[in-house]
Design a protein around this ligand. Structure first.
Ligand code: SF4
Length: 277
């Protein structure tokens, strides 16, 4: 259900007079992601009072300040514990945790894998720009091997996490990946994630031209977008690639989808003494 033109969706949900201008750099992918999220929320039909957005720390963590829902800006890495508590206390709410890659799989990595394992009824949206943009572009757990950052000036020597695959392996009932170049696909995957019970996650590969791009030969937002376009492959076509070829690519689409009971339903049944032994 998409009831409003796109520009009116932005009008409807942004806190225009409170927290603007925003802090994001020109050409950052965060605004593209936020627009897609607002359109996806509008399609779900939820009233704004039914939505809770929980953000962590980092550039994308500021998104919660800019939108007119119930919002919480929490500590670094702790968006998912806050989201879990909110959902357990009031299962009628649609709870969305917005995190960056450092937030989700570095300091908050333990929370992420256990939220997946428990199948908590929360939608996690992880905006992965491959570095710690807010503090100067340092290497993160998703920085690709060989990529240069201020803390890996000779190129990273580490294997990165692939967040959507990590979530799928840890038990998430829905896990997907999109890029800020493929904006319609991103919106559609976020809508699917919001429409489900259980733990759903969308990893969004995003542009950080100010740091990651500048350190790795893509100084302009256009070059970063071109890189996302050229190095993306849908999950069905990726099956034909060799392991070495897959390592270089961004594999987009649904990585895992399974129907398993969500944690909230089992938790409420236990509280009510109705759970089958
Ligand atoms: S530092 Fe990077 S991720 Fe942060 S706002 Fe600027 S471009 Fe975006």
């Amino acid at each position: 259900m998409n009831t409003l033109p796109n520009r009116l969706i932005l009008q409807k949900y942004l806190r225009h007079n409170v927290h603007f201008p925003h802090i994001w750099c020109p050409g950052c992918g965060n605004g593209i992601f936020l627009g897609a999220l607002l359109r996806a929320i509008e399609r779900t039909g939820y009233h704004r009072d039914q939505i809770v957005l929980v953000g962590g720390i980092g550039c994308i963590g500021r998104a919660t300040s800019y939108v007119d829902f119930n919002t919480v800006h929490t500590a670094h890495g702790r968006a998912l514990p806050f989201a879990t508590g909110i959902k357990a206390a009031n299962p009628a709410l649609k709870v969305i945790a917005i995190m960056g890659d450092g937030d989700a799989v570095a300091i908050g990595g333990n929370h992420l894998i256990h939220a997946c394992r428990r199948n908590i009824d929360v939608t996690a949206l992880v905006v992965n720009n491959f570095n710690y943009g807010m503090t100067g572009g340092q290497m993160s757990p998703t920085t690709p091997e060989g990529a240069r950052t201020p803390t890996s000036p000779g190129g990273s020597i580490e294997e990165p996490f692939h967040i959507a695959d990590l979530a799928a392996c840890a038990g998430a009932s829905f896990s997907a990946r999109a890029t800020t170049f493929h904006v319609r696909e991103m919106e559609s995957l976020i809508f699917k994630a919001l429409s489900r019970d259980g733990f759903s996650m969308v990893e969004v590969i995003s542009s950080c031209p100010a740091h990651y791009g500048a350190n790795n030969g893509a100084k302009t937002p256009v070059e970063m977008m071109r890189w996302q376009k050229e190095y993306s492959v849908p999950v069905d076509k990726a099956a034909a690639l060799s392991p070495e070829e897959r390592k270089k690519m961004i594999i987009t689409g649904i990585i895992a989808e399974r129907e398993v009971p969500g944690w909230t339903e089992k938790y409420r049944a236990t509280l009510d003494g109705k759970r089958e032994k």
